[in-house]
Design a protein around this ligand. Structure first.
Ligand code: S3P
Length: 439
């Protein structure tokens, strides 16, 4: 397994482009695959997770090619997917599994969705339950985990569904099954979650209506090819945003980053913490807002972060915790139990790593409290474990900028699930990071 070793200190500077958005890349393949005609996807994220989605559709007869760095997908239409030879192996990717479960429930053929050990520990009852209400036949293994066995040829029926938690993955799963269902499928969102599915289905020609927190989609609609320009991923930019805030003499511009209002919690939280962070040249790109983000060294202060902000920054908390450890005062996060069922238990795993690096942190069921150390060295050196979680590894890499001694991070192979080229890009910006060991 790969380890990261970060020498202490340094500053971040320059103009960087982080890779394409993971959520949008997944959806672009899925929707292009079941659309009529050829779609071009520029800025596609070639990460392990998105490539797992691409391979799954290739196994169902969808061909793709590359043209001038863009991904070309030849859609087969809503009923054109073919039965794959074996299980669809989705690796570590929760988004692939949860969204595909909705899509596969509407197919004429049987399918099996499987994943690696990490994905097989994550809760899938949250998609099995609504799909079963729609008359799908979907079975998980014990405790509602992957692999998922899905029977094809079922007559799905639209439902009016309120998910137990705000989750774009549950919402998207139900809406995708809704494309194959009789009647109207309604999802009542218990809180705001990323809206890439709604935006992109609209761009592919699907009528989808929002009234307040309810989404409604009529079954039987066809998708038509669309060219998607994927913005840079705010979740990947987040590590550099935090790094530039906490390292002295830093000034960084991150180009063309997606700043969708349902995703930009990290921007608002960092600004509330006192970050010198500006959005420049806000514009629209294939139906998604993007901007250049300028960020400089900042004196941060601790803040309270409540349940209403959690889903808006759901993937950014590992990075936010690093910022909090460098801030003056206390940061308290509550209402964030969902962090415990991500690629790792991000509350416990981050708390353990922070404690190893000398940070005063305490854990609750639904969040944690960090007492910041705004000194030159907010972290000691030490050896932390990422628990095979890409975002934990990248967050602790940034801690090196404010550490008094080297930091070693274990299990870093998984960084490639969302951010291929992280080490090289971080080094080019000024982080003294080495990647060692076998991949
Ligand atoms: C995602 C939704 C979020 C997020 C995940 C990607 C998506 O998950 O954490 O990384 O692309 O829909 P939840 O819907 O479970 O919050």
């Amino acid at each position: 397994m790969r380890q990261f070793e970060i020498a202490p200190g340094g500053r971040l500077s320059g103009h960087l482009s982080v890779p394409g958005d993971k959520s949008i890349s997944h959806r672009a393949i899925m929707f292009a695959a079941i659309a009529d005609g050829r779609s071009r996807i520029s800025g596609f994220l070639e990460s392990a997770d998105c490539l797992a989605t691409l391979r799954a559709f290739a196994a169902m007869g969808v061909s793709h090619s590359e043209d001038q760095g863009d991904l070309i997908v030849d859609g087969v239409g809503r009923h054109g997917l073919q039965k794959p030879d074996g299980a669809l192996d989705l690796g570590n990717s929760g988004t692939s599994m949860r969204l595909l479960s909705g899509l596969m429930a509407g197919q004429a053929f049987d399918s099996v969705l499987s994943g690696d050990a990490g994905l097989s520990r994550r809760p899938m009852a949250r998609v099995i339950e609504p799909l079963t209400l729609m008359n799908a036949d979907i079975q998980g293994s014990e405790g509602g985990r992957a692999p998922l066995q899905i029977r094809g040829g079922r007559a799905l029926a639209g439902i009016d569904y309120t998910p137990p938690v705000a989750s774009a993955q549950i919402k998207s799963c139900v809406l995708l099954a809704g494309l194959y269902a009789d009647g109207v499928t309604r999802v009542n969102e218990p809180g705001v979650s990323r809206d890439h599915t709604e935006r992109m289905l609209g761009a592919f020609g699907v009528g989808i209506e929002r009234k307040g927190c309810q989404l409604a989609l009529a079954g039987g609609q066809e998708l038509h090819a669309f060219d998607v320009a994927v913005p840079a991923d705010l979740s990947s930019a987040a590590f550099f945003m935090v790094g530039a805030c906490i390292a002295s003499d830093s000034a960084l511009t991150l180009r063309g980053v997606g700043v969708n209002p349902t995703r930009r919690g990290i921007i608002e939280i960092l600004q509330r913490m006192g970050a010198d962070l500006l959005l420049r040249d806000e514009r629209e790109q294939a139906g998604e807002p993007v901007a250049d983000i300028e960020i400089r060294s900042s004196e941060l202060r601790g803040v309270d972060i409540g349940a209403d902000e959690v889903e808006l920054a759901i993937d950014e908390f590992p990075a936010i915790f690093i910022a909090a450890a460098c801030a003056s005062g206390t940061t308290r996060l509550t209402g964030a139990a969902e962090l415990r069922v991500k690629e790792s238990d991000r509350i416990q795993v981050m708390a353990d790593g922070l404690a190893t690096l000398g940070v005063d942190v305490s854990v609750a069921d639904d969040g944690l409290t960090i007492i910041g150390r705004p000194e030159e060295y907010s972290f000691s050196g030490g050896h932390v474990h990422s628990h095979e979680d890409h975002r934990i590894a990248m967050a602790f890499a940034m801690a090196g900028l404010r550490a008094s001694a080297p930091i070693t991070i274990d299990d870093c192979d998984f960084v490639d699930t969302s951010f291929p080229g992280f080490v090289e890009l971080a080094r080019s910006a000024g982080l003294d990071i080495q990647s060692r060991g076998m991949s």
